[in-house]
Design a protein around this ligand. Structure first.
Ligand code: MF3
Ligand code: CO
Length: 249
């Protein structure tokens, strides 16, 4: 069942989204060669508590950190760790913020120092893919229109879209209906309605789209060892179209 949110619920999620966006802007200033994702995770913990918010991922299904920090060929759910980031790396920081019981979810990929032209292209295409998906999130369209727009664009740029992890409705809990794949056919899937709140979070790979799971049971990485990037926003559907709750401005 897809739960539609009231204006008041969306307002509450917008406050969580504003804190999350501010946190990403702070992370952007801190990412450079030598910093560890462990330090970023600690920064996020502190930033959220200073803003009277909490990291919803911590404790979720036994996950132990405020953030997921996925480096290079890691697609998602990387663990923060005490290993310095190196020039040329990319890292995706993903987090869910809880503010007074309302949630928002946003992931962002960051370049560490100077990166290769191919990796820069990967970041640009992945971010653009997110916005191409968001454009389709208007009342009357179907969920499949979002994934189709993303897949068509990404594959046209010579990259691939991950199938094993998808966007999701969000509200009182992190994962609700609807499922929001980043691939698929136009005109398919549930109809998009005013009051829906969901994430769009394409993971884009330089090489093949298939994933493999680390022994830790959480971290997914590319099967060919090539880089993967991700950008994610939480959006609310209004009668005028999508409203980005986690916009960094
Ligand atoms: N933020 C993730 C998402 O986009 C959820 C991560 S679940 C966790 O769906 F347990 F890893 F935190
Ligand atoms: Co997320």
């Amino acid at each position: 069942m897809i739960v539609l949110k009231s204006q008041r619920e969306i307002e509450a999620m917008k406050k969580a989204g504003e804190i999350l966006a501010a946190c990403h802007r702070e992370i952007a200033k801190r990412i450079k060669p030598g910093i560890t994702t462990w330090e970023i995770d600690q920064f996020v913990d502190q930033f959220l508590s200073e803003n009277n918010a909490t990291p919803e991922q911590k404790g979720y299904k036994g996950y132990e950190y405020a953030t997921c920090a996925s480096i290079n060929d890691e697609i998602c759910h990387g663990f923060p760790r005490k290993e310095p980031l190196k020039e040329g790396d990319i890292v995706t920081i993903d987090m869910v913020v809880n503010y007074n019981g309302a949630l928002a979810d946003s992931a962002w990929s960051y370049a560490v120092g100077k990166i290769s032209l191919e990796t820069e292209h990967l970041l640009n295409v992945t971010k653009e893919a997110l916005y191409k998906g968001i454009e389709q999130a208007v009342p009357g369209n179907r969920i499949g229109d979002i994934g189709h727009a993303i897949q068509k664009y990404v594959e046209g740029e010579g990259f691939s879209v991950v199938r094993d992890f998808i966007g999701h409705g969000i509200g009182a809990v992190i994962h609700e209906k609807p499922d929001v794949p980043h691939y698929g056919l136009p005109g398919k899937g549930p109809r998009i309605k005013e009051g829906m709140v969901f994430t769009i979070e394409p993971m884009v790979n330089v090489g093949r789209y298939q994933t493999k799971m680390d022994n830790n049971g959480w971290t997914a990485r590319t099967i060919d060892g090539k880089n993967s990037a991700q950008y994610e926003h939480t959006i609310a559907i209004t009668k005028d179209g999508p409203f980005i709750l986690t916009d960094q401005g």
